[in-house]
Design a protein around this ligand. Structure first.
Ligand code: ADP
Length: 451
């Protein structure tokens, strides 16, 4: 409503200015012509016919004011609202000058000179009649000329405003309704309920907002589900070694426990504490990887050195299983976070060792093209079924739960690996066939690397 009223006021002022600067001189000219024509006719006519002529002109929509040197006044047509006009101005007309009150009528934002029925706002001309000169002032009578038109335009404007109010009111409810729905939905989300259905079938901005809002709530629901799953996985992973530590430490308190058994129980306790420590380390790494990495930690180094180092540090593991290690590694200078990438190779190579039977072979290959470097770690171990392949990069996913338990695994290794590779703008892919072996390919783009 405010906008509409403001628009109407501005439109009025603008039209008023238009009248003042463009229409007023034209109007003045027109009335001056009528005034001079009137003077000609009056001067040429006999006294008795003059009044009839004036009456005819007033009926056509003009007002006249006639004054002589002695101050005798005569009116024809509707009276002026004000007869204020300096005496010397009248005198000048009596002396033969024209008076252009319409052109000189001052501008005021809220008063339209066009309708201002004052003596000031007239055209004055000298007229010779009855042997003397009189001053004749003329202006159009807006009431007669535009009486119904004024009503018509006022009605038009009023109705336009009224209908605008009504339509804006109706359309506002259309806008407000979905926004109310969105507000309720936001409150639901704030209260922890992410399963939201919005019934907004619109194709405009609000429709799109509702659509994005639904998408956002679905994502939030998924995130919340994942978070809960993660918490329950973490609790489970912590709970089982703790239960086992509790059980064996209670058993150790029995008095007549043979030394051999004591030794066994202690080594299980040690094993389980190692698992717990490893789990907490991996969880810390995961949470660290969720944050922003420090660009300053990205430095240039040689990947091939790291790969050789990992093979050297895991030597006792692959020697124990009598595995053959094949290395086809070229020098590869890349820019990255060395500690994190070291962890990638460590995870992939220890997995290859862990999931390959004795006497197997592990191959580490590197390659480079114009836009990326490629590191592939192949084993001819137990392989991964197609169904499991889709999940191995998920947190806590373990293919063979019984086996991985004895292997001291947490199911977090590949999730961490993938995250690190992605933080380097790279990708990790796996090819595997059950009982044939697996190959993990890591591609790191040249953008963050140089050769
Ligand atoms: P874990 O700590 O259990 O090794 P990962 O996230 O590293 O956790 O691996 C997830 C699962 O993927 C493992 O439990 C294992 O079943 C499977 N896996 C990973 N690497 C290999 C591989 N080289 N050969 C066969 N299975 C593998």
């Amino acid at each position: 409503m405010g906008i509409m009223i403001a628009s109407a006021v501005i439109a009025f002022i603008a039209s008023n200015m238009y009248y003042h600067y463009f229409l007023k001189p034209i109007n003045d000219e027109k009335i001056t012509e009528i005034a001079t024509n009137t003077v000609h006719i009056i001067e040429d006519n006999k006294y008795e016919e003059r009044d009839d002529y004036f009456l005819a002109l007033t009926a056509l929509g003009y007002q006249f004011y006639l004054i002589d040197r002695d101050g005798n006044e005569q009116h024809y047509g509707e009276a002026f609202k004000s007869y204020e006009l300096p005496r010397e101005q009248i005198q000048r007309v009596l002396d033969g000058e024209e008076y252009h009150g319409i052109t000189n009528f001052p501008w005021s934002p809220f008063i339209t000179g066009f309708f201002n029925n004052e003596l000031r706002n007239t055209i004055g001309v000298p007229v010779h009649m009855d042997g003397e000169t009189k001053a004749l002032f003329v202006r159009p009578n807006a009431n007669v000329q535009f009486g119904e038109m004024r009503f018509f335009f006022a009605l038009l404007l009023g109705l336009a405003l009224l209908f605008s109010f009504l339509f804006v009111l109706i359309s506002t409810t259309f806008i407000v309704k979905p926004i109310k729905q969105l507000t309720t939905a936001t409150q639901k989300i704030a209260g922890g309920n992410y399963h939201i259905k919005l019934h907004v079938n619109r194709r405009d901005e609000i429709g799109r907002l509702a659509e994005d809002f639904t998408k956002m709530s679905t994502r939030l629901a998924q995130t919340e589900e994942k978070r809960q799953e993660f918490v329950s996985n973490v609790s489970h992973e912590i709970q089982s070694p703790l239960t086992s530590i509790q059980g064996f430490s209670q058993a150790l308190q029995e008095e007549d426990l043979p030394a051999r058994m004591q030794q066994r129980y202690l080594s299980i306790i040690e094993q389980e504490s190692k698992r717990l420590s490893m789990l907490s380390k991996q969880l810390l790494t995961l949470s660290m990887l969720e944050g922003e990495l420090n660009e300053e930690d990205f430095i240039a180094f040689d990947i091939s050195h790291q790969l050789k180092e990992v093979i050297a540090t895991t030597e006792w593991q692959w020697r124990k299983k009598n595995l053959t290690i094949e290395m086809d590694v070229m020098p590869l200078q890349i820019i990255g976070e060395p500690k994190l990438l070291q962890q990638v190779w460590m995870n992939l190579i220890t997995n290859a060792i862990r999931y390959t039977e004795s006497e197997g072979t592990i191959t580490v290959r590197t390659n480079r093209s114009q836009d990326h470097v490629q590191i592939s770690i192949t084993d001819n171990g137990i392989g991964i079924s197609e169904a499991d392949l889709a999940h191995i990069f998920e947190r806590f996913y373990k293919v063979d739960k019984a086996r991985t338990r004895t292997e001291n695994s947490t199911g977090l290794g590949l999730a961490i690996t993938k995250k690190i590779v992605e933080l380097h703008d790279g990708i990790i892919m796996v090819e595997s066939e059950l009982n044939q072996g697996s190959t993990f390919h890591v591609y790191l783009p040249i953008r963050k690397t140089y050769v």
